[in-house]
Design a protein around this ligand. Structure first.
Ligand code: AMP
Ligand code: GLY
Length: 425
């Protein structure tokens, strides 16, 4: 098959790497891709927000399937437009991608299906939202309704902070995404991520992961897109996974199917393990980044077969096989990230690192002749397998010690929570 992969991050490099192993693959194109993706795909200069241009490219190249990595094209309806043009695409429709595109939409689905989640109110005026936070008090969570590149959520520990977040939202800090605000009860517990694949009616459990969102060691510093991840998440035991499937995932899939907007693609549930059992924090409608990297490292099955089962509606007879081992991903970012950072610094020392236990996925890189340059905030994803999270962590950090990139940094404690658990068991 000829495939077009949309995206340019470490998630997409790991998807490209996994797809390239499929015997069904004849040719992989990527738009826009990065220097790592270019090792397994032909990069094409396509404006992916121009759906007509994507359709024209697919027709010209005889593309059999488009795989969409990030959320923005999904919410923009790329899959709908490709399908309307008679092309196959992996990922949810615009309507189903509202599970990520609108927090109020997801809360409505939870109400309709009785899905355990934080209590909430939704508001489209500042005064009403302020009155609600004053009535409820802190801690409380303030969320811009729409897509805000992971920055639209404030977990407010004081009333003042909550009022500030509400005001900022309605003053336009997040543009259109903040025109409506969801205010939630603060949930306490350990967070974990759970990934399933759906074909619209059936949900196939994939795997679990945990990520580290803060920039610095000890989970300190500003929030980022994710500085590292590991899989599996030990807190999500098999009985808890069964519970999440029954109380959260299956009712969601059934509700969207019942509304005539079935969910196809990867559903990524952000969960809080509370004293009352797992509760849904949020949905994403795609693989996580860097969670995808650890999942791809552990996946034994053919990724393309699984994707086709989602697209073709045959997931009920599919299964996904995983390595029992743990995988860890350490993100190397440009100094200054998530604030302002320099692009174009040179990276050396990657070539000899890849083994059957270790991959360096590229998140933000570009090739300039012989030189490999940093081209983003998150730049490299050093991803390793191990018989334990500790062993995987040691393999990853040993590789990092050999990477010559003085303008980059990483956390030195990725996996700490799981390693603590390993030490105590
Ligand atoms: P979200 O973008 O909705 O995943 O929120 C970002 C982060 O904010 C989550 O990963 C949680 O750490 C935190 N968060 C979101 N909602 C809540 C909540 N209701 N209670 C506690 N923490 C939350
Ligand atoms: N790592 C979080 C996300 O992909 O949304």
């Amino acid at each position: 098959m000829k495939l077009l992969l949309i995206g340019s991050g470490g998630r997409e490099h790991s998807l490209a790497w996994a797809l390239a192993k499929s015997p069904r693959l004849i040719k992989l194109y990527a738009a826009p891709g990065n220097a790592g993706i270019a090792q397994v795909a032909e990069l094409c200069d396509l404006d992916v927000s121009n759906h007509e241009a994507v359709i024209a490219f697919c027709r010209a190249k005889g593309i059999d399937l488009v795989v969409v990595g990030p959320e923005a094209p999904l919410v923009a309806g790329l899959v709908d437009d490709l399908e309307a043009a008679g092309l196959k695409a992996f990922g949810p429709s615009r309507a189903a991608a509202q599970l990520e595109g609108s927090k109020a939409f997801t809360k409505g689905v939870c109400d309709e299906a009785g899905i355990p989640t934080a209590g909430y109110g939704r508001f489209d005026t500042c005064d009403a939202a302020l009155a609600y936070v004053r009535e409820k008090g802190a801690p409380i969570v303030v969320k811009a309704d729409g897509l805000a590149a992971g920055k639209g959520v404030v977990v407010a520990m004081t009333l003042q902070e909550a009022e500030g977040a509400v005001t900022a939202c309605f003053e336009g800090s997040f543009g259109e995404a903040g025109a409506e605000v969801v205010i939630e009860e603060f949930l306490q517990g350990e967070e974990a991520s759970f990934f399933v694949l759906s074909d619209g009616t059936h949900a196939l459990p994939l795997a679990t992961a945990q990520d580290h969102k803060r920039a610095f060691d000890g989970d300190e510093g500003p929030n980022t897109g994710g500085m590292g991840a590991y899989s599996p998440a030990p807190v999500l035991t098999d009985p808890l996974i069964a519970d999440v499937m029954k109380t959260i995932i299956e009712p969601t899939i059934a509700t969207l199917a019942g509304r005539g907007t079935p969910f196809k693609g990867v559903l990524y549930a952000g969960l809080m393990m509370t004293g009352d059992g797992p509760k849904l924090i949020e949905y994403n409608t795609r693989f996580g980044d860097p969670e995808c990297q650890v999942l791809m490292m552990r996946l034994k099955s053919d990724l393309l077969d699984l994707i086709l089962a989602s697209v073709d509606g045959t997931l009920a007879t599919a299964s996904a096989q995983w390595r029992d081992e743990a995988a860890i991903c350490v993100v190397m970012a440009a100094d200054g990230y998530p604030g302002s950072y320099q692009k174009g610094t040179e990276i050396h020392g990657l070539e000899p690192l890849s083994t059957d236990r270790l991959e360096v996925f590229h998140a933000g890189t570009k090739q300039d002749g012989e030189r490999l340059l940093a081209n983003g905030g998150r730049v490299l994803n050093v991803t390793a397998l191990g018989s334990s999270v500790l062993e995987a962590q040691q393999t990853a950090y040993e590789a990092i010690s050999k990477i010559d990139w003085p303008e980059g940094f990483c956390r030195s404690d990725i996996g700490w929570r799981a390693i603590e658990r390993e030490n105590n068991s």
